[in-house]
Design a protein around this ligand. Structure first.
Ligand code: ADP
Ligand code: MG
Length: 336
């Protein structure tokens, strides 16, 4: 019974940990590895501290640096079925800049990530269900930067358009909407790829350093699914959110001034708001503080209830990063 209670408490929140490999530069520089998968049990990893003893963390799944995009997708793909069955789903990538958040979500052209593969799976299931169900899929791409919501598809399709600020509005009990947000209809993977590319390019426009900008903003794909059971006439509406979060690293106070300090504070605010919301949901707290950040406000309908949440906590194997690694693992343990 205690076991059932724990399962119930955990509800629909899963946490996967993924560690990137050491990069060429680190290998050339003789970097030491602080994360141990070999001697850890299934679903666990061990972090060796600088001076202190080692620490063990447990997650729903742990992916070592050797495990590829396909391995990760196998564990993620059941969520595609959930979305088509009418559940709202959020998939997040959390972690320090450079740990593989974008690699996991977006991936590269040769090693496509969760975003592309999950949409591909949606279309695969839609084909299988042909004749029984009919579906309509739209995709929106937005970013939250400095607590402002921007429409990346709008910016990407009309170059030169200044970033327009969008707001979240409650249109009915439990229904939140972003008026004016572009929703692109997609009916095959070629169209999906085009939309993903447009969004990705728009993210870089207007920033002097595209990489820096993307590490300081949350990049969000919202896939809206309208389904109809052709036999019973029953209709479903659900959303799949795919979210590449801003880097979680703490900025040294001495480095941050002016705009940079404001950015850092806003990132901090929204990531801790996200942690607060997920842990309030996991512990069934009567008050869930959705309104504390733009991100949680935006996701309000899709977090909690019977929605499903998956968080990837991304980490570096490098001993030099062990401080940030422990912070990320502690954050993830809290939401789990
Ligand atoms: P983030 O988005 O967290 O800042 P990136 O996704 O940009 O990090 O990853 C940083 C670099 O590491 C990229 O060059 C990326 O391709 C590489 N990388 C990250 N994770 C992996 C992985 N699991 N396997 C191979 N390369 C990876
Ligand atoms: Mg990134």
């Amino acid at each position: 019974d205690l076991y059932n209670k724990i399962i119930e408490l955990k509800g629909n929140i899963r946490v996967f940990c993924r560690c990137r490999p050491l990069n060429a530069e680190e290998i050339a520089g003789g970097a030491s590895v602080a994360v141990d998968f070999e001697s850890a049990k299934d679903g666990e990893l061990i972090v060796k501290g600088h001076v202190s003893s080692k620490k063990v963390f447990k997650f729903d799944s742990v992916f070592s640096p050797e495990e590829d995009q396909e391995k990760v997708f196998v564990k993620t793909s059941p969520l595609a079925t959930s979305v088509l069955d009418g559940y709202n789903v959020c998939i997040f990538a959390y972690g320090q800049t450079g740990t593989g958040k974008t690699f996991t979500m977006e991936g590269t052209e040769e090693a496509r990530g969760v975003n592309y593969r999950t949409l591909e799976q949606l279309f695969r299931i839609i084909r299988e269900r042909q004749g029984l169900f009919q579906y309509e899929i739209t995709v929106s791409v937005l970013e939250v930067y400095n607590e402002q919501i921007h429409d990346l598809l709008l910016m990407g399709s009309q170059p030169g358009v200044a970033a327009k600020r969008l707001e979240v509005r409650q249109v009915a009990e439990g229904v939140h909407h972003v008026p004016g947000l572009v929703e692109a209809h997609v009916s095959n993977m070629d169209e999906v790829w085009e939309v993903l590319q447009t969004g990705s390019k728009a993210r870089a426009v207007g920033s002097t350093n595209a990489n820096e900008h993307s590490s300081r903003s949350h990049c969000i794909h919202c896939v809206m699914v309208r389904g109809e059971n052709l036999i019973t006439g029953e209709c479903t509406r659900s959303k799949l959110w795919l979210i590449d979060l801003a880097g979680s690293e703490r900025v040294a106070k001495t480095d941050a001034q002016g705009e940079r300090l404001k950015e850092a504070q806003n990132i901090n605010k929204s990531l801790s708001a996200l942690g607060d919301v997920i842990s309030a949901l996991a512990t069934k707290s009567p008050h869930v503080p959705f309104r504390n950040s733009k991100l949680t406000h935006l996701l309000q309908d899709s977090l909690g209830g019977d929605s499903k949440t998956l968080m990837f906590v991304q980490i570096s194997p490098n001993e030099n990063d062990v401080g940030e690694t422990l912070c990320s693992l502690n954050f993830a343990s809290r939401v789990r």
